[in-house]
Design a protein around this ligand. Structure first.
Ligand SMILES: *Cc1c(COP(=O)(O)O)cnc(C)c1O
Length: 231
């Protein structure tokens, strides 16, 4: 299937899952994960209306930035503190804050440029060793620390759920994320508003939306299997 056909199919599924959870299509952001995808193919997705793009590596955002005017970039992969400076003024949202050290670096760089950086805190909801993210029980404490910074706004939570053959297996994790999202939202911390819950990928986005996600990050479903060799 072509990129536009893929998107049409995903759009329908997002709408169905949104309605199932008492929401509408417009309440969900479909983030096109464009890592390893070349700009000519990304442009096809942008022409279908997908202008929010997710990348894992800061250097890939930097490389594609000038070639894709109008794109809204999201840093979704693990971010090393020494890379913050390359993207701080280029991204709309950083999904992957998982330490105070990274929060401090974002604060420092944003302050220097006079901006406010919007971030999500990444939670390792299933406690997988291979995954980044803060432990669920440490999430609130990290957010409390970051809330003291003047140039960082915590806008929500993100998780990468386990890769499982049956997406239903992740429903419990998505439900746990939604509960934390709601609970923290009621704490009234400064500089914290729980607006975005980023969870769900090609394999499990419908279940994620049913459980309350309002950003889904989809790569393979839009662009097909990734070819890491060309990078
Ligand atoms: C690659 C990636 C995705 C997209 O994964 P697909 O299964 O291709 O949809 C989403 N989120 C993160 C953090 C990723 O690294």
């Amino acid at each position: 299937m072509s990129i536009s056909e893929n998107i049409k199919d995903i759009e329908e599924k997002i709408e169905r899952a949104a309605i199932k959870s008492g929401r509408q299509r417009k309440d969900i952001l479909l983030l096109a994960v464009s890592k390893t995808v070349e700009c000519d193919r990304i442009k096809q997705a942008m022409e279908c209306g997908l202008t929010s793009l997710g990348e894992n590596k800061p250097q890939e955002i930097v490389r594609k930035y000038d070639e894709l005017p109008g794109a809204k970039w999201h840093q979704i992969g693990h971010l090393q503190t020494n890379k913050v400076k390359y993207i701080i003024d280029k991204v709309e949202l950083i999904h992957s804050v998982d330490s105070l050290k990274l929060g401090e670096e974002i604060e420092k760089r944003a302050a220097k440029l006079g901006l406010r950086a919007d971030v999500l805190v990444e939670v390792n909801i299933a406690g997988e060793e291979s995954k980044h993210g803060v432990k669920p029980e440490e999430t609130r404490a990290l957010i409390e620390e970051i809330s003291k910074f003047d140039h960082v706004r915590v806008r929500g939570l993100m998780t990468v759920a386990p890769f499982v053959p049956d997406p239903e297996e992740n429903r419990k994790y998505f439900g746990q994320m939604y509960k934390m999202f709601k609970d923290i939202g009621q704490c009234g911390y400064d500089n914290v508003s729980m607006d975005f819950l980023s969870m769900g990928m090609t394999n499990d986005y419908e279940v994620a939306i049913e459980e309350g996600a309002n950003i889904v990050r989809i790569g393979t479903g839009i662009f097909g299997a990734r070819n890491y060799d060309i990078k």
